[in-house]
Design a protein around this ligand. Structure first.
Ligand code: FDA
Length: 378
């Protein structure tokens, strides 16, 4: 009999949900993470009395009622509504593309006027079969929205010109003919009051946690301690890259404390022109308190300083932080080969964004982890 029923590699959301469920089922769990903190990419850290999202803006949103109820056990969520603003050459536009955006762009007022302009621009472009991302985007939303709000942002994000990117990256570009800046269509959304890290802390309460521990530096010893493995690291690394390397896009974050109360008046401002090297600036205090009277919470104790983070897209190479899987045909085919190996494992579960090589939102990770736990634990 080994000491633990489960070794969980990765103290992120997937690993923590699985650990919590395993603990409830009476299993003994060891969780390791190579970082010096728990919570993976949803880690938030208090700076100047503000919860700072260390790995990019994280807004919880879902239409899955069960998942929404599940996360409420671990924190109270505020009523934050994501309504990002785009900045193009000092012009500000509301996102997602809606009547506020169109009215600012063309000085119009009604949905019929907006539709007429978009349809005319699509007609004028005359694109039947889009050959690249640029043509695809123009054929969906017309030239003005593409040039000002899609082109530069997408080129920075992918590190390539839009004419060199495949059209399938953009399948849809939703346009709304109502004055509504709520970015998500989901039924529920919010930010946990007090940050995300406390959620993971509570989920891991019954588990033994070892930080600064890389699975690959002590694989044998760790495997001797547990009957089963839940692996939320990179699946290709697990198999020693035997079929080759899966590709990612990376990011770089630059965080700064500013001696002012309110820098940009919104949590998220996207910079859509190519010449500005970052894609967005996050002002963290607005996630928790909003700009006016807060989301029902008292504003006492809120810092008169503010913390902002600039987010720079970056090329990925082994050793850098892998953020976005490049789910193109080549990489998906490679992942399928690794998945075939994974399917043959009897005591190993691969989970999360790195183990399953897929971009997941948080609610999807919770759902996937609950599914995996139910299958494994009954
Ligand atoms: P996660 O990466 O969090 O955890 C994996 C853990 O495993 C890490 O802590 C890592 O250190 C550890 N690990 C890896 N290899 C290891 C090894 N060899 N040994 C030990 N430990 C190892 N979602 C959403 O719903 N709303 C949002 O607004 C956003 N925003 C957002 C912004 C950005 C910039 C990104 C990149 C992503 C988002 N997301 C999001 C997605 C969200 O971050 C994601 O769903 C979860 O963090 C994924 O949780 P995982 O547990 O799968 O991975």
């Amino acid at each position: 009999m080994k000491k633990y029923d489960y070794l969980i590699v990765g103290a992120g959301l997937f690993g923590a949900v699985f650990a919590y469920e395993a603990g409830k089922a009476g299993k003994k769990v060891l969780v390791i993470d190579k970082r010096d903190h728990i919570a993976g990419n949803i880690y938030t850290k208090e700076i100047e009395n503000i919860q700072v999202h260390q790995y990019g803006a994280h807004i919880f949103h879902t239409s899955d009622r069960e998942v929404w109820d599940y996360v409420q056990q671990f924190a109270e969520f505020n009523r934050y509504t994501n309504s990002p603003v785009a900045c193009y050459k000092d012009e500000l536009y509301n996102l997602p593309f809606n009547m506020n955006t169109f009215s600012k762009m063309w000085g119009i007022r009604t949905p019929a006027e907006a539709k007429e302009i978009i349809e005319r621009q699509i007609r004028e472009a005359g694109i039947r079969e889009p050959k690249n991302l640029e043509e695809q985007a123009i054929s969906l939303v017309g030239r003005d929205i593409y040039e000002k709000l899609v082109k530069g942002y997408t080129e920075k994000q992918w590190g390539r010109r839009a004419t060199e990117l495949p059209s399938f990256i953009i399948r849809r570009l939703p346009v709304r003919f109502v004055y509504d800046n709520n970015y998500f269509n989901d039924k529920y959304q919010g930010i946990p009051v007090g940050g995300y890290t406390q959620i993971i802390e509570k989920m891991l309460e019954g588990a033994c946690v070892r930080l600064n521990t890389d699975f690959f530096t002590c694989r044998e010893e760790l495997m001797n301690e547990a009957e089963n493995l839940v692996f939320t690291g990179m699946i290709d690394e697990y198999y020693d890259y035997c079929y080759g390397e899966l590709e990612y896009r990376s990011l770089r974050f630059e965080t700064e404390v500013l001696e002012m109360e309110n820098y940009q008046g919104n949590a998220v401002v996207n910079y859509t022109e190519y010449e500005i090297p970052y894609t967005r600036i996050i002002e963290h205090k607005h996630f928790e308190y909003g700009c006016q009277g807060g989301y029902g919470e008292s504003r006492s104790g809120i810092s008169d300083k503010t913390v902002i983070t600039r987010e720079y897209p970056a090329a990925w190479s082994r050793g850098k932080e892998p953020y976005y899987p490049m789910n193109d045909e080549k990489n998906n085919a490679l992942y399928e080969k690794y998945r075939a190996l994974a399917d043959k494992e009897e005591h190993v579960i691969f989970g999360g964004r790195l183990g399953m090589y897929r971009y997941f939102d948080m609610h999807q990770v919770v759902r996937e982890a609950l599914k995996a736990a139910e299958k494994a634990l009954g």
